[in-house]
Design a protein around this ligand. Sequence first.
Ligand SMILES: Cc1ncc(COP(=O)(O)O)c(C=O)c1O
Length: 388
Amino acid sequence: MKFVKENENVERYVDNIFSVVRAAKADPKGINATAGCLYNEEGKLFTYRSVYDQEKQITPIQRASYASSPAGNDAYIEAITRFVLEDKVDNHHRTMATPGGTGAIFAAMRMCLDEGDTVLYPEISWGNYKVMAAEMNLKTMTYDIYDLNDLFSKLDMFPSKVFLIVNSPCENPLGHSYSLKEWEQIKEKLVSLNKEVILLCDIAYIDYAHDDPKGFFTLFNDIPDDLLVLIAASASKAFSYYGQRIGALIAIHNDAGYLDHFINLSSRLARATWSNLSNAAMLNITEVLNNHGEEYLNELSQAKKMLKKRTDLFIRQAEECGLKLYRFSDGFFVTMEMDNNEVRDAFHQKLIDHHIYTIKVNRGIRVGLCSLPLKTVDGLAKKIKELM
Ligand SMILES: Cc1ncc(COP(=O)(O)O)c(C=O)c1O
């Protein structure tokens, strides 16, 4: 008996993250570096006062109501677009609201790729790209994010339509961010392909990056007609709104008429999958952005400082004790370099045996500094190195 459709991907789905998260939570002595969420210095999930105070004003009727359209409430679309793009993009663009960054990436893949097409994403990356590709029966190809020549040679292998995911800044799990110069090279390469190219920029963690992280958006003001730029934004990270499931997919292209068509397709996709999103969540984020923006940005700035203290300390202490990490720029995570996945598995288990809970990634172990208070980060690199 099969019941499911003929070409369903029936490979067993194992969620490695949630099992170790459960074990970490059950261990009273555990150092829980598994989370992909920001925690405060008291070890609790970080919440923005400007976001959650506002939420209390939302009425039961507003909560109970359906949102106004599958593509999202107009006011939310306007506010989130302005927040994400700031004043960087004057090329044509249109936005749909999505269930988180995940929904944006899913919608992009679903709308642009047919079964059997290939998606190109970083070799060490967020595991969900692979899960989504498998779910849609897509082929996958990966590139080394530290080596643009590797990316460029992979791009050359595409006979026709290219679908490239770039997760920068603050790549999950490596914490790598491309410089503006690297972005210029990437754009130049994409333009030189003379093929239909979809560039999906996953900017889930951009609000926690330093040094003009949105500067590269200006490159999308001058693009050829065969390049469609899609920006997948997540309210989960930006507003500590993980469970509320909202985000946005912003499409940038030279032709406003084409974007009309694209948004029409995306509205149908939304209607046929999640139907529409939480009305309350969209109302709340709209209110925060339109009327409490300054308060929110002040809190965000504090949150960024808190995170940076942790990553600076861990990296300095890792250098002092010789713990090898992948090159880091910004973000929630650092990743220990492990060339061999069998050694990685054994070491990951050893860490668990010593109450240190982390996440296995391809050729590495991710340490979620986002979830550890500074006092727990202090000395952790040495502790890990000693167990090695
Ligand atoms: C790299 C990356 N992209 C996108 C997302 C999407 O997050 P959400 O769907 O909660 O917005 C995540 C979440 O962990 C992520 O790590």
